[in-house]
Design a protein around this ligand. Structure first.
Ligand code: NAP
Length: 315
């Protein structure tokens, strides 16, 4: 029986682990299939405070893990197949470890950026392919960039990337955009953005120095075309990793866990959520880490019995 089990080892989960371990709570942290989370798929991180010369994403995550271990956090690797949140202690079925029980749970399983699933895309993540303009835009100063997608994320990323890029080409598979009018207008008014609509991406080309072009199918003519580029930002949405909860916690219509505003409390007392699994807005390592700290403090308070959980009145 653990006082607290943390599921997920991105910046949110590891920060919660550091705080709980330092508070002598001996948390167990369950590492899933992508230990370290999304930062392990990026190269240099230049916007995490405290690293004036930047730090590589995997190194930052390894450091956070080491810091949690230093204070006695225990790690187990395995896929969480099932969680029973109906009564305390909560029960988890973890692949390779059987049944585990905990008085409190912190869910920090993150969200995964969606990829198109075309040849050359995943192989070139970190070599020109990115899913995060805020993280990687800076590396494309005075370069040509393609943004794929027709939703608000694609419009936002394209606009943001014009701060760095010499030219941004927005590629979308239909001739109609899904994005809200205001976001579309903003992108259309931006002279650095050009449009390739009704073109379905089919393959990413790369050379020894990284991405060189995106092959697209012109849906009108059926012909393949090549658009040369230095960078490819895939902005087709994110999927929060909440499937394993099987609807046992309240989520919004897109699957993100709903927390009581200004806290990390979910609708089940004793279960807390932090990081991207409950945040589709900011999605930054530093905001995830901050909410991980909040989850640990909320969890401690809950275990001390000093938390007055009044969720019903907040809805
Ligand atoms: P989204 O609205 O679901 O849009 C995803 C886009 O990617 C769609 O245009 C879709 O094309 C395209 N797409 C999906 N799969 C694809 C594939 N395999 N290959 C090529 N294209 C593909 O996702 P989002 O833009 O991330 O937005 C998610 C939510 O967050 C929305 O509610 C949005 O309003 C909100 N958001 C708001 C803001 C803001 O207000 N500042 C910023 C970002 C996001 P189709 O249109 O053809 O399906």
């Amino acid at each position: 029986m653990y006082k607290s089990i943390i599921i997920g080892t991105g910046p949110a989960g590891l920060t919660a682990a550091i705080y709980l371990a330092r508070a002598n709570m001996n948390p167990l942290i369950i590492e899933g299939p992508e230990p370290g989370g999304q930062l392990t798929t990026t190269t240099e991180v230049e916007n995490f405070p405290g690293f004036p010369d930047g730090i590589m994403g995997p190194e930052l995550m390894a450091n956070m893990r080491k810091q949690a271990e230093r204070f006695g956090a225990e790690f187990k690797t395995g896929w969480v197949n099932k969680v029973d949140t109906s009564k305390r202690p909560f029960t988890l079925q973890v692949e390779g470890h059987g049944e585990l029980q905990a008085e409190t749970l912190i869910i920090s399983t993150g969200a995964s950026a969606k990829y198109m699933g075309i040849p050359g895309e995943r192989d070139n993540v970190g070599r020109g392919v990115s899913t995060c303009a805020t993280c990687d835009g800076f590396f494309f100063r005075e370069k040509k960039i393609i943004v794929v997608g027709g939703g608000d994320s694609a419009m936002e990323e394209a606009n943001f990337l014009t701060r760095f890029a010499s030219e941004v080409v927005l590629v979308h598979r239909r001739d109609e955009l899904r994005a809200s009018k205001i976001m579309q207008d903003r992108a259309r008014e931006n002279p650095k953005i050009s449009w390739q609509l009704n073109k379905t991406p089919v393959e990413v080309d790369a050379g020894p120095l990284g991405v060189t072009a995106l092959k697209v199918r012109n849906n009108e003519t059926g012909e393949d075309e090549t658009i040369e580029t230095n960078g490819l930002f895939v902005a087709i949405g994110h999927t929060p990793n909440t499937k394993f909860l099987e609807g046992q916690l309240e989520t919004d219509e897109t699957g993100y866990i709903v927390v009581k505003p200004g806290t990390t409390e979910t609708n089940v007392p004793g279960i807390f959520a932090c990081g991207d699994v409950q945040d589709h807005k900011y999605r930054q390592a530093i905001t995830a880490a901050g909410s991980g700290c909040m989850a640990a403090l909320d969890c401690e308070k809950f275990l001390e019995g000093s938390m007055v959980h009044d969720w019903s009145q907040t809805l």
